[in-house]
Design a binder for this molecule. Structure first.
Ligand code: SF4
Ligand code: SF4
Length: 320
């Protein structure tokens, strides 16, 4: 049975996560809080139109991941395993529990005189599910049903995966459960750097990532490749990145985002591994040139640059 240990639960609660059921968790994103106070919004609101104050940042697999990325903010030593048991919580229970937890955690904003009350009222019904937070969500065996449960309620889903489970992405396709926007993390341009940076527990990790990129053209949803750029580690090999990205087709977007020196990654990394926004932009321009693509947007505060072959009108989604 998939269940977080008491020690793990405690560590997550200490980090302000709320545990939902046996293995899921919610954390109020700092951008959601900022948005409620009219202090700014995340770059995904700028790039894609989601509303931060209505975004639920959650995971159905809080303690499970098959990689040990050097830049990861989670406590990898508490990992519960590299595969989840088939005995897991039901998707409906997870979605209901996450919404309740989100609303409960936002209740304190009602008494804050700086809160934008119109946004706070809207936030009582979260509309976007960012399935990322911590752990690898494609390890949750009922992921197709979870995404369908979210969409059934007319909410959107952003799914972030480490690219190690192409078979789950094919299941999402075949079960008509592709997310609104699918993120694949590509943190290394070569097999050697992937071994060093992602520290996968899968022997054929590089092949799995490549297979994931190769099936992307057949997945009919919005797709983003995320490169977490780490100074002096993976900010090289532009032509190798381009060769890898070309496998994904030309209807993907690429986010190049600076590594941030936060959470448990501070135990493994140096502050100097964070590139500046200018360095992210310089790398992105080189990559765009190599691909024959364009830089189409940027988020200076988050040190992120967006590339695409061609910008398109529906990139910024419209929500009520
Ligand atoms: S999209 Fe991500 S960064 Fe933006 S509010 Fe949601 S969880 Fe936070
Ligand atoms: S795949 Fe994601 S959750 Fe797993 S170690 Fe890497 S960054 Fe962390």
């Amino acid at each position: 049975m998939a269940r977080l240990s008491e020690k793990h639960k405690q560590a997550l609660e200490n980090a302000h996560y709320e545990i939902v059921g046996r293995h899921s968790a919610v954390e109020i994103c700092s951008w959601c809080k900022k948005s409620l106070l009219d202090e700014g919004v995340c770059y995904k609101q700028k790039f894609y139109g989601i509303n931060c104050h209505r975004c639920c940042q959650m995971t159905p697999s809080a303690g499970w991941c098959d990689q040990n990325c050097v830049f990861c903010w989670r406590a990898q030593e508490l990992n519960e395993g590299i595969r989840m048991d088939a005995d897991v919580d039901a998707p409906k229970k997870i979605v209901d529990g996450c919404i309740k937890a989100q609303i409960r955690k936002l209740s304190g904003f009602k008494g804050n005189e700086k809160t934008n009350m119109e946004k706070w009222k809207q936030a009582q019904e979260p509309m976007h599910f960012a399935i990322s937070l911590t752990g690898e969500p494609t390890l949750y065996p009922k992921l197709p049903k979870l995404i369908k449960e979210i969409h059934k309620r007319e909410k959107t889903s952003f799914l972030v995966t480490n690219g190690q489970h192409p078979e789950m992405l094919l299941r999402l396709k075949h079960e008509n459960a592709l997310p609104t926007q699918l993120y694949i993390s590509v943190d290394a341009p070569t097999r050697e750097l992937h071994t060093k940076i992602d520290k996968s527990t899968n022997k054929n990790a590089w092949e799995r990532l490549n297979k994931t990129l190769e099936i992307l053209p057949e997945l009919n949803c919005r797709k983003v490749i995320r490169i977490t750029l780490i100074k002096d580690m993976n900010d090289c090999c532009v032509s190798e990145y381009a060769q890898l990205l070309e496998k994904a087709g030309d209807d993907v977007m690429v986010e190049v985002k600076a590594y941030m020196f936060i959470g448990y990654s501070r135990k493994r990394m140096e502050k100097e591994n964070m590139p500046t926004h200018e360095e992210v932009m310089e790398f992105s321009k080189k990559l765009a040139q190599e691909l024959g693509w364009n830089v189409i947007d940027e988020g200076v505060r988050s040190r992120v640059v967006l590339l695409a072959k061609k910008d398109f009108k529906s990139r910024i989604m419209k929500f009520n």
